[in-house]
Design a protein around this ligand. Structure first.
Ligand code: 1QQ
Length: 390
């Protein structure tokens, strides 16, 4: 599944050339003031490149959206200081709601005429908005949309958010090895696109690993009471609970599980990679195993500097959502500078050719189908902190 390049030398040459391998042709409706002179670091574009940001800043997914907003703000401020290309961001809150997300997308596409849109936060919202971007010919870059089927929406749709499938294919085998899992219970939110998709993947990976599913319980996004399902899980006495949920449900669910005396480790995916959740769970978070795309302990290019700059600016440590958001700005900048062209079509062509770029998420490629390729990270919560699970 990994994206392979021909040789290291080819990668180095491409990196030197701005990490893309071909130039694009601007379409007839391109804005000439967004076509600059020079290329790469020397690119100068006269007009600001407008970037729409659609994030969940309120309601259920705000735990991620607020970090994303800060990660993007930090990155675009740094890029604007560099000069040559000025990015103008236009921020919209989708309120964790697909309808509001659609309205935000329409405003940014038709009225603001942005060159690209970053977000939305949830796959559940993206499964509406990304179709609008595709239809309008506006590139959209997901930064936390991890469900199956997102890049397949079309050739204008990209993501730098590692799919839940890849994350779970790393975290479940790592948990099996560490904990000697043989029998697990699954609990999942059956009403959200991302958690439902992750549930299907969990079952596949568990089957591949020869781990028996001894209990399988569903609930809804807004549920706060899980004792009925948890009692069945407790009776099945699993070695671990594999959980597919957003934090709104995860927090009461895990707390109630511990209250009922379920001490089994809990295994989750991307959504769990959040200090907000670990903080809210307090002691109940201990031993939580999380598959994802980034860790503060990751030895990637620029990670230490990113963590320092973010912490100084926002007075708290960044999380995976901030890291993926920060990386999105870098990807956009590479795509714009490749042909020194901030038009929609040029950005779309060049985003799909980013090859082995060094980012804080590690070495990252985006393929022409819009899918991201990077190594997953598996972490475990110990003493209230994420540690990489060796
Ligand atoms: C998705 C996700 C969520 C956990 C983002 C907050 O991964 O909706 O795809």
């Amino acid at each position: 599944m990994r994206f392979k390049i021909g040789s290291v030398a080819a990668a180095v040459m491409l990196l030197a050339a701005g990490c893309v391998s071909e130039s694009s042709n601007a379409t007839a409706d391109a804005d000439n003031s967004l076509v600059g002179t020079g290329s790469g670091d020397d690119c100068v574009i006269e007009s600001p490149v407008k970037v729409g940001l659609v994030l969940s800043l309120t309601e259920g997914a705000a735990f991620a959206g607020e970090y994303q907003q800060q990660g993007l703000e930090l990155a675009f401020n740094q890029l604007n200081e560099k000069g040559g290309v000025e990015y103008q961001t236009l921020l919209e809150d989708d309120q964790t709601n697909p309808e509001v997300g659609i309205a935000a997308y329409e405003k940014l596409i038709d009225r603001e005429k942005v060159s690209i849109i970053v977000g939305p936060t949830l796959s559940n919202v993206a499964f509406s908005t990304f179709f609008d971007a595709q239809e309008a010919g506006v590139p959209a870059l997901g930064i936390s949309t991890t469900a199956e089927g997102i890049p397949e929406i079309g050739d204008y749709i990209f993501r730098d958010s590692l799919s839940e499938q890849i994350a779970l294919n790393a975290s479940i085998p790592a948990a099996k090895k560490t904990l000697g899992l043989e029998r697990v219970a699954i609990m999942y939110d059956s009403t959200d696109e991302f958690t439902e998709s992750a549930y299907t993947t969990m079952k596949e990976v568990l089957e591949d690993e020869g781990i028996e599913i001894v209990e399988d319980q569903a609930f809804e996004t807004s549920d706060q009471e899980f004792r009925a399902q948890l009692t069945k899980v407790k009776d099945a006495n699993p070695d671990a609970v594999v959980l597919s949920a957003l934090p709104g449900a995860t927090i009461p669910l895990v707390k109630q599980a511990r209250e009922l005396g379920i001490d089994a480790p809990i295994i989750g995916g991307n959504a769990f990679n959040s200090p907000v959740m670990v903080g809210a769970l307090e002691d109940a978070a201990e031993g939580l195993i999380v598959g994802g795309a980034w860790s503060s302990a990751l030895d990637s290019v620029g990670n230490e500097e990113f963590i320092a700059a973010y912490t100084e600016e926002y007075d708290r440590a960044p999380d995976q959502f901030a890291a993926q958001a920060y990386t999105a700005a870098q990807l956009i900048d590479v795509a714009v500078r490749a042909d020194c062209d901030g038009n929609r079509e040029a950005i779309k062509d060049n985003l799909g050719q980013i090859l082995e770029l060094e980012t804080i998420l590690g070495t990252l490629s985006l393929d022409e189908n819009g899918e991201v390729h990077q190594d997953p990270v598996v972490q475990i919560v110990e003493n209230g902190e994420f540690k990489i699970l060796e």
